[in-house]
Design a protein around this ligand. Structure first.
Ligand SMILES: *[C@@H]1O[C@H](CO)[C@@H](O)[C@H](O)[C@H]1NC(C)=O
Ligand SMILES: *[C@@H]1O[C@H](CO)[C@@H](O)[C@H](O)[C@H]1NC(C)=O
Ligand SMILES: *[C@@H]1O[C@H](CO)[C@@H](O)[C@H](O)[C@H]1NC(C)=O
Length: 399
């Protein structure tokens, strides 16, 4: 039996987790904004699982290739209960601090088409939760409420790990650091699922869609659409994962996914070649044209995934809704074991002021005219390819 906070609230009203968090002074406007934003985001997550559990039967989960249908339904149920508990605590905290909790409605029918698409999207939903709590943290000026938000963030991260397993295609813990997105960026990604009035008081950034049709892997040239994006002239793409100091900034016409990326990647379109900064305080907004959109790169599934997905999937592989672009052709990703190193272009002299990955994929070149000392190209064995990946994903570090 799993206990939700609301059950505990009835049974033992003194439990800290069941009480609204009231601080000695009224929550600041910023804090109230962030908590209402968190409130809406948790409603989005709660609705996603509620709608998914209402739609799919055990037989649907079975035919999607899980070793037992109990695994996804148990995890979806557990996460849904956590989200409901988060909403209840956040809403009572808002009320106790003089703010009015919002209630919003969501429609996920576009991504609840089949179980593989749903599990792929769930990965995006939880990743969004992590990025949102992390990015919103900087706006919370009350340490008590910051602590409360942190206690939700860690649980969202746990969900994210489980859904990486359920998705069947990728790494369980793909990156050593998570990525923060600003509330404006998160609302932009969540926007397509919101129906009806839901005025959080946050102006979303221009939405961005990835238009590639297949799985996105190292070597894929990203194509996008979005507000104010006409053609590629004078536009730049910025790719960023957790732990990078700056985005990789490339001309939009050459927005190639470099070797070494693993897991979620955010992409923004900017009007100049100044790479966006990772931290949300210093990240430039004036040259952001649209985005971010999120996609997942899945070089090789982790071994644990095969315990959960026995490979007998009869489900169709899904692909990209506009924001996830997730690759879920599990047959190809599990059998090829391919890694980005093989896709690195041949080493050639770089044009002056080239912006993009170096020919071997080990470093990111931001407008310099040459790469000193071209390192040896990584061999294609999985082990060394993996270490090449590791070094390439470190920000602009030399190999
Ligand atoms: C929002 O939903 C909660 C829980 O269902 C309910 O208690 C509350 O009255 C609703 N608030 C508004 C403003 O509708
Ligand atoms: C689109 O670009 C124009 C010209 O730069 C700008 O004035 C306008 O605000 C932009 N629209 C949006 C929605 O960003
Ligand atoms: C999945 O990948 C395999 C191997 O590359 C390919 O034969 C198959 O057509 C792909 N299926 C889909 C639905 O893209």
């Amino acid at each position: 039996m799993r206990y939700s906070t609301s059950i505990l609230a009835l049974a033992t009203p003194l439990l800290v987790s069941a009480r609204p968090l009231r601080t000695t002074r009224a929550a600041s406007a910023n804090t109230a904004l962030v908590f209402n934003f968190a409130n809406v985001l948790n409603q989005l997550e709660n609705e996603f699982y509620t709608q998914a559990l209402a739609k799919f039967t055990s037989a649907d989960f079975d035919s999607a290739g899980f070793s037992t249908d109990i695994i996804p339904s148990q995890i979806f149920n557990a996460i849904q209960q956590d989200e409901a508990a988060h909403i209840s605590t956040i809403q009572s905290t808002l009320s106790a601090n003089g703010a009015t909790p919002l209630n919003c409605s969501f429609d996920f029918s576009s991504v609840l088409t089949d179980v593989p698409t749903t599990t792929a999207t769930s990965r995006l939903v939880e990743f969004l939760g992590v990025t949102a709590f992390q990015g919103g943290a900087t706006l919370i000026d009350d340490p008590v409420l910051l602590d409360a938000a942190a206690s939700i963030l860690t649980v969202e991260a746990r969900h994210s790990t489980l859904l990486n397993i359920l998705s069947g295609t990728g790494s369980v813990i793909p990156q050593a650091f998570d990525l923060a997105l600003t509330p404006q960026e998160v609302v932009s990604i969540a926007g397509p699922f919101i129906t009806g009035p839901c005025d959080i008081g946050i102006t979303p950034t221009n939405s961005l869609s990835i238009t590639n049709s297949g799985p996105i892997t190292s070597g894929t040239t990203l194509t996008v659409s979005g507000t104010n994006i006409t053609g590629t002239d004078n536009l730049f793409c910025n790719l960023m994962t957790g732990g990078m100091t700056f985005a990789m900034n490339m001309p939009l016409s050459q927005c190639v996914v470099p070797p070494g990326m693993n897991g979620p990647v955010a992409v923004w379109i900017t009007s100049d070649d100044d790479p966006l900064v990772n931290n949300v305080i210093d990240r430039a907004t004036t040259q952001q044209v649209a985005g971010p959109a999120i996609f997942f790169v899945d070089p090789t599934p982790d071994a644990i995934v095969s315990l959960v997905r026995d490979g007998s999937s009869s489900g169709s592989s899904s692909s990209s809704d506009s924001s996830s672009g997730s690759s879920s052709n599990s047959s190809s990703s599990s059998s090829s074991g391919s890694n980005g190193a093989a896709a690195a272009p041949a080493s050639t002299p770089l044009p002056p002021d080239y912006v993009g990955p170096s020919p071997d994929g080990h470093v990111m070149v931001n407008g310099v005219s040459s790469v000193p000392g071209t390192p040896a190209v990584a061999s294609s064995t999985p082990a060394s390819a993996a270490s090449a990946s590791a070094s390439a994903s470190a920000t602009s570090s030399s190999s």
